[in-house]
Design a protein around this ligand. Structure first.
Ligand code: NI
Length: 152
């Protein structure tokens, strides 16, 4: 299969102002080859753009799925539910591939957990603290139509 060129991927990440970033992503109900292809596209778009996480709306697909490779935590989570484990505020600089050129302090919970499924429908549970916990919350927010620059 021919490799897609890098420029196409850079252009593929939707930027703030695109309505798809503000929609609540729809639950995934069909676990088929197309879903695996979507996961592969998302992982490649994340790596090509030096991201640590990517949600499907960022490539224009309003489905509830995110990928991450953040601080040693590598996962694909579909239909995630977020639980805050430790609500202690942690404020750190944060950025987003859909808000290029902007880094801003953002307060997040210290420890969080997501529960969902993978592309085969198998249970996935990711619990994290620190930077990975920040990633979980950031990607989960994308699926609700929220961006890190929004008021907390
Ligand atoms: Ni983002």
């Amino acid at each position: 299969m021919p490799r897609r060129d890098t420029a196409a991927y850079l252009n593929a990440v939707r930027q703030i102002g695109d309505p798809v970033l503000r929609m609540a992503a729809q639950p995934v109900t069909t676990f088929d080859a197309a879903l695996k292809e979507l996961e592969a596209r998302m992982i490649e778009a994340m790596y090509v753009n030096d991201g640590v996480g990517l949600a499907a709306p960022q490539i224009g697909v309003s489905l509830s799925i995110f990928v991450m490779d953040c601080d040693g935590v590598e996962a694909t989570v579909i239909n995630p539910k977020l639980t805050i484990i430790d609500p202690t505020d942690v404020t750190e600089s944060e950025g987003c591939l859909s808000v290029l050129g902007v880094r801003r302090d953002r307060t997040r919970a210290a420890r969080a957990k997501v529960e969902g499924v993978d592309v085969r429908g198998r249970l996935v549970v990711v619990e994290a603290e620190g930077y990975a916990a920040r990633c979980l919350q950031h990607e989960f927010d994308h699926l609700q139509g929220r961006l890190f620059i929004d008021p907390v």
